[in-house]
Design a protein around this ligand. Sequence first.
Ligand SMILES: Nc1ncnc2c1ncn2[C@@H]1O[C@H](COP(=O)(O)OP(=O)(O)OP(=O)(O)O)[C@@H](O)[C@H]1O
Ligand SMILES: [Mg+2]
Length: 671
Amino acid sequence: MSATTAAADAGAKAPQARPAAPQQPPSKKHVIRTLGRSLREYKKASILSPLFVIVEAVIEILIPSVIAVLIDRGITGESMPDIWKYGLILIACAAVSLIAGFLSGRFAAIASSGFAKNLRHDEFEQVQRFSFANIDRFSTGSIITRLTTDVTNVQNAYQMIIRVGMRAPVMLIVAWIFAFRISPQISMVFLACIPVLAVGLFGLIIIVHPIFERVFHTYDELNNVVDENLQGIRVVKSFNREDFEDRKFGRISQKIYALFCKAEKLLSINSPLFNVCMYASLITIAWVGARQIVASGNNASVGLTTGDLTALVTYAMQIMMAMMMLSMIFVMVIISRASAERICGVLTEESTIRETADPVTDVADGSIDFDHVTFRYSDHSERPVLDDIDLHIRSGQTIGIVGGTGSAKSSLVQLIPRLYDVSSGTLKVGGVDVRDYELEALRDEVAMVLQKNVLFAGTIAENLRWGNPYATDEEIRHACELAQADGFIQEFPDKYDTYIEQGGTNVSGGQRQRLCIARALLKKPKILILDDSTSAVDTKTDKLIREAFHHEIPNTTKIIIAQRVASVEESDKIVVMHEGRILDQGTNAELLERCEEYRSIYESQTQQHAQQDLDKESQDLHEEESEASGFTTDYDEDTRTSDVIARQKEREREREADVAQDIEAIKGGER
Ligand SMILES: Nc1ncnc2c1ncn2[C@@H]1O[C@H](COP(=O)(O)OP(=O)(O)OP(=O)(O)O)[C@@H](O)[C@H]1O
Ligand SMILES: [Mg+2]
């Protein structure tokens, strides 16, 4: 349960990440070793499948030799007993080859689908271990592609490798040895084909592999668009942006199509190349073989016979088939290599948050000490998000945090349950550096309700039990009473068994906030952090929640981030943030006296300014909506609005031109 509430709530906060930073591609050996660890219980099937394939292939190669003897001794030699004998051997060979083929197919299917299952599981498990900083490096879409399409590609390639990958070389080598035994001269024809095919194949690999890398990168973009669209489907509809979204999707889809076409067109060279080699070999064998038969008078003791030529033609077909299979495996490997590297990227991504060897498992109290803490989201960013934060909170205190948008209030509190690590300075909870705690122990004691709350599909009670799986019905109800949620829950026909839709869409914003507060309270934490978590709750209920906290959980340290000064007014200490720094800290009275910024926030929210403010807010909101939706009803604003629309259209045109250019470049490359 520990990390879940904080992490789950906070998970929603993590912004759409930037694509993973470009890295050196991992070496093939490293990729194979990393992915190979996911084979586990399917190693046996992975060995059995190629073993049966070898049996199947060797027997298939024996068959032409048996047929050759059958023709020479039985049919041409007119010996009925030989026809019977070799006929029965042929049937036995066919039966064994059939059974071996069936078993190899079965084990290959078990091994490859089991391998894919383990890969998916390992990736998912790894993603759960990611810190916020790790999650920021990958986008949601990219993680989805890596868990689905990429795994399927690797699964298909693996199945091909353990089955066909073993069969093809065995067939190739053994068939060539048999052909050599019949006619060393004719068997050289096959050797002549190998360099031609090798050059063709490797050329293809070099050209096509980067295209497939781009295809998968574009898949990430596609998944991101779908993810964003579905998550924000209500906003899309309310702003009539369906066409825009449709075009955005269409552009990326078109790019994938263009890339795939280019790659497949190149790969299609593979097949004619093989056909040319195969028919050239057959013609050569028939030409040389026929001349030798005529010269020998079809006499085995003198030279080549008809039976031998039949066997040689069959071996030629088998060798070419084997080469064809090898080329298909190459293609499969080309496609899956990019996927395997991307899966490897997830599996080997090291969590930026690591526990010490001997972590502290007990949080003494809810005191918090920031000592000259500096924090940046990325090592590459120039300016720190939090700069030289010095803040000391005693256990049980109530702390209010106010400040403008983007002043790093959320960033500050996210450091407490170690969702991110400080860049410099120290942060102590209960007198111990947060980095010295066992993560689970620390997060068990720090409950966080973040700005963007998330509820999961399931009943209200199930959602609340994320806070404490062992909570009794009575405890759940009590937490809901504190969070002022019990009232509206009782009005639902199914009460605590009411089903919450995915993402909590069937409850209102304020109801969702209260449920999330109740969920956090059920953890009975030593530190409770509410990040703007009552913004959608009316002022009266907000006050009731604060009063309940004051009376019912006096020993819990409470940190309340709020836009409304009224929500933090009675706190023991109010911290005023500005551009990542603490501007001032003190009680409401102290700050009113000495902090200009606080006074202006306070005054702007008091009665005499309230109406004025409300008017301005609604005007601002109106403007924002007009900008976003691209239409307005306010004719006074005509000129400004048309500017906004023009800018938006210009951006759309630029994006469309970019993709069109990309597609043209792809097509141009094909030509
Ligand atoms: N995951 C992230 N990666 C990179 N930068 C981030 C991330 N989250 C926030 N930031 C940046 O850090 C700065 C502070 O953001 P933060 O969310 O802490 O502000 P805030 O005070 O909570 O704002 P608000 O009142 O709007 O909630 C902003 O400039 C923001 O762009
Ligand atoms: Mg915030």
